[in-house]
Design a protein around this ligand. Structure first.
Ligand code: 8OZ
Length: 366
């Protein structure tokens, strides 16, 4: 047996990661005015820099791409500057950090859009989901279908956001193709009933995501471009009649573009892994670069999937919230701390940067 562990270094493109543990992107709604990341956010990520790779939270590429209050952006000079403080703090701790590029599509609210406009979507079908806005949860607004002439603008917003992320000091970007947001809405026929070149067949539904990928690649290079997908997740009200055919095709196309990694939410996002029949091994086998597995992992499942060669890196999400030193805790078989759900979305330092490391909690007791 080759006995791979989570705690050995790993080569990702041109980067050496200190271990195989990835911090999954987590939405925390703590951006300041102008959707600028604050110093608190630099502290939060620097505290977690012992992960082999940090994937910073979903970050909108434009105002149109925003779906929740106080999420950060990467389309203004002030946002780039705010993120620069984050990447500097992480790099000073020896960490590596990618930024997740996000357009929410129909998972938004008129109060978050310019001049109260309707959110945009592949088709004018309302998402059955809630968004966090005006300090509470509200139904996602009824969207309008994007005109085919608007799609190049969205592709260009992703391209510019990737460029901005590199300017801000990120080691790379992750295209958010998961969880029922814009690119996943195009992929899945429960949300996409278009009759043009962007709807209908498996190839047509993948077109926007692949155009975005090509634009990002041409801007920053394949070695700095990863992608996240969630083939069977019902997150934010999406559904697909043919997920295996759709994602086998998509992953073949992504593989041909030599993206640095494929990050897969295996099952229902933040929920059961076995939500629907799906052969994730097929994606693993089709994609020759790094496969990052996510969803409901603990150390035993992580180790067994690495040893069975089902994944190269394992992404943990929520356990990182209450355990800034998650790597050390897993390595030493220490107890994990729970997080406070009341401070998950929004607020300040409390429940964000005040979770102690093991060593800090021992000191506090002495
Ligand atoms: C939780 C709350 C808001 C957004 C995702 C970006 O699911 C998110 C998200 C998660 O990918």
């Amino acid at each position: 047996m080759n006995d791979k562990t989570l705690f050995e270094p790993y080569t990702l493109g041109s980067l050496t990661l200190s271990n195989r543990l990835v911090m999954a992107p987590l939405t925390r709604n703590r951006a300041g005015a102008g959707f600028v990341p604050q110093q608190l956010t630099a502290t939060y990520y620097a505290q977690r820099a012992s992960a082999g790779l940090l994937i910073a939270e979903a970050t909108q590429i434009s105002q149109q791409g925003q779906g929740y209050q106080d999420t950060p952006g990467i389309y203004t000079a002030a946002q780039i500057e705010g993120w620069r403080a984050v990447t500097d703090a992480v790099h000073a701790e020896g960490g590596r950090i990618f930024l997740q590029l996000w357009h929410v599509g129909r998972v938004s609210h008129v109060d978050l859009q310019q001049n109260g406009a309707a959110p945009v979507a592949p088709s004018a079908l309302q998402a059955s989901t809630k968004v966090f806005v005006n300090n509470g949860f509200a139904d996602a607004s009824v969207p309008r279908a994007l005109d085919i002439e608007e799609l190049p603008g969205i592709v260009n917003d992703f391209r510019q956001a990737a460029k901005n992320a590199i300017t801000a000091g990120f080691d790379g970007v992750e295209i958010h193709g998961a969880n029922g947001y814009l690119l996943d809405q195009f992929l899945k026929d429960g949300a996409n009933v278009r009759t043009d070149a962007y709807g209908g067949s498996v190839e047509n539904r993948a077109r926007l995501l692949l155009e975005v990928t090509d634009a990002v690649l041409s801007e920053i290079g394949a070695e700095r471009t990863g992608i996240r997908i969630s083939p069977v997740s019902p997150a934010n009200g999406v559904s697909s009649s043919d997920p295996q055919a759709q994602f086998d095709y998509l992953v073949d196309q992504l593989n041909a573009r030599s993206l640095v990694y494929l990050h897969v939410v295996e099952g229902a996002t933040g929920g059961p892994r076995d939500v629907a029949p799906f052969d994730f091994g097929s994606l693993r086998q089709r994609f020759k670069n790094t496969y990052i597995a996510n969803n409901g992992y603990d150390i035993n499942l992580a180790t067994s999937r690495l040893n069975d060669d089902k994944a190269d890196l394992i992404a943990f999400g929520r356990p990182f919230i209450g355990n800034p030193d998650l790597v050390e805790r897993l390595k030493t078989d220490a107890a994990l701390s729970a997080f406070d759900p009341a401070t998950l979305y929004g607020g300040g330092a409390a429940g964000y940067i005040d979770y102690p490391t093991l060593a800090e909690s021992r000191d506090a007791h002495n």
